[in-house]
Unconditional design. Structure first.
Length: 261
């Protein structure tokens, strides 16, 4: 492992728990706004998260509905309409409900900035959704905090395809072992590993028990040092969160620690 030069962040479920109380609710509002009786409860939305991308989830669901459009062109048109309305509702939810960053995320972002480690976004959610979330937490100039932003509109193939990571690496001019990815899901982990990028998993609400392979570390979140594999030891400063040095240590261990996850 060379010197850690950048941290690449997934967004939904990783930076914030946006899926259950943000995107899912916004999809249901979009259904209602379009006069549809469809509703995605928490369990159904959890199943649909196996499909990466909002439009893709809509199309997957419609193809299996007896009351969905019959023609593929009609399904595509409706998916585009619903997705646009969903994004608008999501932005409003984030702005007013103040969906918080996950514990430890803000501190690690600040630590990277203070120590000259580049930050990047590598997500297949829409740019408008990234902006809606990060504008609330980082201010109007939020994008200046990130050396690279690769979002859903920028790729042809979404996670678990590695295209998003290949694009981020090219934009940064870095090799895969110069960076570490932070993800929350099996699809995100697969995307990072297919690009040879070391990945740390912070399990989110919908992936608490999911089988995730190939990560250099898996734990419940950056806000705690408990429950991680490999285990984290107490720090002299008695900090309870995961820090940049922990990411560096995990990366250094990855050649000697088996892919246990």
């Amino acid at each position: 492992m060379s010197e850690l030069k950048a941290v690449l962040w997934d967004v939904d479920g990783t930076l914030a728990e946006t899926e259950r109380d943000g995107h899912r609710v916004a999809f249901n509002l979009a259904f209602d706004a379009c006069g549809l009786s469809w509703r995605w409860d928490e369990a159904r939305y959890g199943e649909l998260l196996r499909i990466t991308g909002g439009k893709e989830r809509l199309l997957h669901d419609m193809e299996r509905r007896s009351d969905g459009p019959v023609l593929a062109t009609e399904r595509a048109r409706l998916a585009n309409l619903l997705h646009a309305k969903k994004n608008a509702f999501y932005a409003d939810i984030v702005a007013h409900a103040q969906i918080p960053l996950r514990e430890g995320v803000g501190e690690l972002l600040d630590e990277c900035a203070d120590r000259g480690v580049l930050l990047g976004i590598a997500t297949t959610t829409s740019r408008i959704n990234v902006e809606a979330l990060l504008r609330v937490h980082l201010g109007d100039q939020w994008a200046r905090s990130f050396a690279v932003l690769v979002c859903g509109e920028d790729v042809q193939r979404k996670k678990p395809d590695p295209e998003v990571y290949f694009q981020a690496l090219r934009a940064l001019g870095l090799g895969p072992l110069d960076v570490v990815a932070i993800e929350d899901s099996p699809g995100g982990a697969s995307a990072a590993r297919a690009a040879d990028v070391p990945v740390v998993i912070t399990r989110s609400a919908y992936f608490l028990n999911a089988t995730i392979e190939g990560a250099i570390a898996i734990g419940p979140g950056l806000g705690t040092r408990s429950g991680w594999t490999p285990a984290l030891h107490p720090t002299l400063e008695q900090e309870e969160r995961v820090g940049l040095d922990d990411l560096v240590d995990w990366c250094a261990q990855m050649d000697t620690v088996s892919q246990f996850m």
